[in-house]
Design a protein around this ligand. Structure first.
Ligand SMILES: Cc1cc2nc3c(=O)[nH]c(=O)nc-3n(C[C@H](O)[C@H](O)[C@H](O)COP(=O)(O)OP(=O)(O)OC[C@H]3O[C@@H](n4cnc5c(N)ncnc54)[C@H](O)[C@@H]3O)c2cc1C
Length: 380
């Protein structure tokens, strides 16, 4: 099997890479270990509406959000409403349908996709990567050769680690547990963030509506700051919170999602001869709130375009592919550094700290603050 580009992972970053690479007339293959692209779900899908439209998503994949509240451990609330804002600031992405939508677009552009196919290891020649060993339950083990390999395998960083660009596992990461549940909410365009050690030690909990009496109720905890299991706190949020329990107590879970999100900042080196690492595989998400979809799409599109140009110019060297690294560093490196510093401080807040911060925010014009945070997207 010979391709111009082999992409490991059919998530947001891998499919975005496949779309722009194929559009630029190079033949590429995406290998995805799961039987169904987009499933199991391991994202909550919170994002920014306009940015998702600009990144090519269809409105039908986005549930609009126009109101937000932060809850202190004792139940103090600071909130902001943007009922008149059209289009809305925020949205909850339908992760599974979005991945399927991206996969269809990649296929339309000419990409090949192999679900149920696991990438195992790089194939080397003269110390350089020239392809990937793959395995599927239907066709066994095979070798796929390519001019460029793109690692978009998510937080496992499979090929990136085997090529020595990431040493060992991520040391600092968010671990999340989430129910998608039947739950009639009073406002289906409103999100809640719940703070405090009782509900999410070294992290936060959330309620993200997805419409039609469905919502995602989740807890994310930062390792190594806390070793607690986020699953244990889901029940506490649903049944013992002074505010959100009012409507969550009768929630009926229909799906359970979990996953990890690297949040120690992006890897400094993401390209080698014939190789690019992108998305969570390269730690390219905002460490503060664990927002990674936008960056996986943005840098996936960039990786596909640069890889295709490299092939057309017959130059797949590290020097040529460095354009990718220069681009993402220019756009987010400083923001992510600041975000990481803020995240490290917030992860160590006590319940008393959160009470003080929420009362401080109440004294400010919180709506103006949210508008400001919207402008500082890299750090929020
Ligand atoms: C609990 C949780 C909640 C989150 N909530 C949000 C949120 O609200 N908003 C937001 O913007 N971000 C959120 N994120 C982060 C976001 O989900 C990620 O940043 C995003 O999914 C990264 O996309 P990716 O394509 O790089 O990786 P992934 O989406 O992880 O895709 C990687 C793909 O590679 C496949 N793969 C892995 N290993 C192999 C292999 N050996 N062979 C073949 N295929 C392989 C995987 O099956 C997967 O399909 C959340 C993350 C978690 C864990």
């Amino acid at each position: 099997m010979d391709y111009d580009i082999v992409i490991v992972g059919g998530g947001f970053a891998g499919l975005a890479t496949a779309i722009t690479a194929s559009r630029n007339n190079v033949n590429c293959l995406v290998v995805e270990k799961e039987k169904e692209l987009g499933y199991p779900v391991h994202t909550s899908g919170g994002s920014w509406y306009n940015e998702m439209i600009e990144l090519g998503l269809n409105k039908s994949l986005l549930h609009p959000i126009n109101s937000i509240a932060f809850h202190s451990p004792s139940g103090e609330v600071v909130s902001a409403n943007f009922k008149d804002k059209d289009p809305p600031y925020g949205c909850i992405i339908d992760g599974r349908r979005t991945i399927q939508f991206l996969a269809m677009n990649a296929a339309k552009e000419g990409a090949q996709i192999l679900p149920n196919t696991k990438a195992l290891s790089p194939i080397f020649e003269n110390g350089e990567i020239i392809g990937v060993n793959i395995k599927s339950s239907t066709s066994g083990t095979k070798k796929v050769y390519s001019k460029i390999v793109v690692d978009a395998s998510g937080s496992i960083s499979l090929i990136t680690r085997q090529l020595g660009l990431k040493e060992g596992k991520w040391q600092r990461y968010g671990i999340g547990a989430e129910y998608e549940a039947y739950v009639p909410l009073p406002d289906e365009n409103h999100v809640d963030f719940i703070l405090g050690e009782k509900y999410a030690p070294a992290g936060y909990a959330w309620v993200f509506p997805t419409g039609k009496n469905r919502a995602r109720i989740g807890v994310g905890i930062i390792r190594p700051d806390s070793r607690k299991n986020p699953f244990d706190y889901l029940e506490v949020v649903m049944h013992n919170h002074p505010n959100v329990t009012k409507y969550l107590k009768n929630a009926v879970p229909v799906e359970y999602h979990h996953g990890i999100f690297p949040c120690e900042g992006p890897l400094p080196k993401t390209v080698l001869n014939r190789f690019i690492s992108v998305g969570d595989a390269a730690g390219q998400g905002s460490p503060l709130v664990g927002e990674g979809i936008r960056y996986a799409l943005q840098f996936g599109y960039a990786a596909g375009e640069i890889a295709a140009n490299a092939i057309m110019n017959d130059d797949t060297s590290e020097d040529y592919l460095m354009q990718f690294e220069v681009k993402w560093k220019k756009e987010v490196e400083t923001d992510f550094k600041i975000a990481l510093e803020i995240q490290k401080r917030l992860a160590n807040y006590s319940d008393e700290d959160w009470e003080r911060k929420i009362s401080m925010l109440k004294a400010l014009d919180f709506e103006k603050l949210v508008v400001f945070l919207n402008k500082l997207k890299g750090t929020f």
